[in-house]
Ligand binder design. Sequence first.
Ligand SMILES: Cc1cc2nc3c(=O)[nH]c(=O)nc-3n(C[C@H](O)[C@H](O)[C@H](O)COP(=O)(O)OP(=O)(O)OC[C@H]3O[C@@H](n4cnc5c(N)ncnc54)[C@H](O)[C@@H]3O)c2cc1C
Length: 432
Amino acid sequence: MPAFGTPCWWQDGADLPVLPETPPAKTEILIIGAGYTGLSAAITAAREGAKVTVIDAMVPGQGASTRNGGMIGAHARVAVDAISAAFGRDTAIRLVNEAPKAYAFTRGLIADEGIDCDFIQTGRVVLDSTQKAFDQSRRLAEALHRLADYDMQVVEKADLGPHIATDAYKGGVYYPDHGGLHPRKFHDGLMRVALGAGVQVVQNCPVLSVEGPEGAFLAHTASGSIRADKVIFATNGYTGARFGHISRRIFALPSFIIATEKLDAGLIARLAPGRRMMVETRARHSYYRISPDGSRILFGGRAGMVPYGPVFAAMRLRETMVGIWPELKDAAISHSWRGNTGFTFQQMPHVGRHNGRHFAFGYSGSGVALAPYLGMKVAYQALGDQRGDTAYSETVPTTRIWYSGGRPLFLIAGEVWYRQVVDRWEGRQARR
Ligand SMILES: Cc1cc2nc3c(=O)[nH]c(=O)nc-3n(C[C@H](O)[C@H](O)[C@H](O)COP(=O)(O)OP(=O)(O)OC[C@H]3O[C@@H](n4cnc5c(N)ncnc54)[C@H](O)[C@@H]3O)c2cc1C
């Protein structure tokens, strides 16, 4: 029976304690949002002895943190030249050197806390549909090798066989130390650690406003108000329009995933012999992998830049998937869902502070390693501890005069532009 609208991950959840839906009257550190960022911040602050309350508008994790593809690793989100142009060369060098530390931190967190989340080091292959994209990937790999300690190998088209069986790509870059995990199990594990550290977590309780100066914040929710010395926003792609400066610097871009029904093991082994995490560089960016139990293909991507429903999105993703692997033309789809990725206008994550309010956001679709890491950083910053220092505080996010936060209506124009112009143009280049 297809489960359209619900991630396949949710069928594997742990039994966690029933959480309250009313906030306590007072806390030292209030964290808004209980995804990876919020829970990691909470664990860090609680372990430093702070009284911490995390409040989520939904059931914790039902933002992006249990909807994602579970691909994890350190990679430069944006080309080094682009980061240099936006933030200066020194910051760019610090950023590309810090990304592997973020991945090491999150792997360490999983190992040290004994979080059983099906982590497996499969490697990731980043695939180029056009010769131009492959040339750019080669240049990026050279730049990263010069600047930092990245374990990555350029793969020519003729050598793609051990990674993937398809004719769709001109080459790619292989990151052997990347891997995959089960996002829901990872989130459940973080929740268990946070509760064990004494963090109070409140669910189904949207924070409506935060007023007052640092040291005397008052946050209002529909079921009561809470006083806090410090406030951390960990709301990322679900921030909405309520929070002024912060809302105007983050917007939600939907990302969509489908899961196939269980497939024949021989077929999966033929299509994806390395069981890699597979990611594309084309604008109609797809990312796909084998499920942790080895039975399904999970295929994610930009079915649209606006929040299409699960049936329409499944149709578009399926079409893209069959374009890569025609053998899947008869595969049935069991799940289709979407979630919000949080983007800044510079497409770089940021840890910042405004009017005493701390925030970490903008992972731009790559937050499984970064969100726990920057959650830890923002907690230390809120505590005034220098372990909070990070190059991701130098990526100061800008806004646009026409964006007031909340619904990113400009993405409707983006949808038309990408669908009608960019995707078609790239499609023509790929066929050459
Ligand atoms: C479909 C999809 C696929 C992805 N795949 C990958 C991948 O394979 N690899 C990767 O690295 N990254 C991936 N990502 C990105 C990754 O999931 C996110 O970067 C990460 O989960 C962000 O965590 P977070 O805690 O910052 O935000 P979230 O998990 O989104 O949590 C934010 C929370 O804030 C809460 N909130 C918002 N406003 C309020 C309010 N006013 N009051 C109370 N609570 C509030 C929300 O309810 C939500 O629970 C993917 C994302 C999506 C959507």
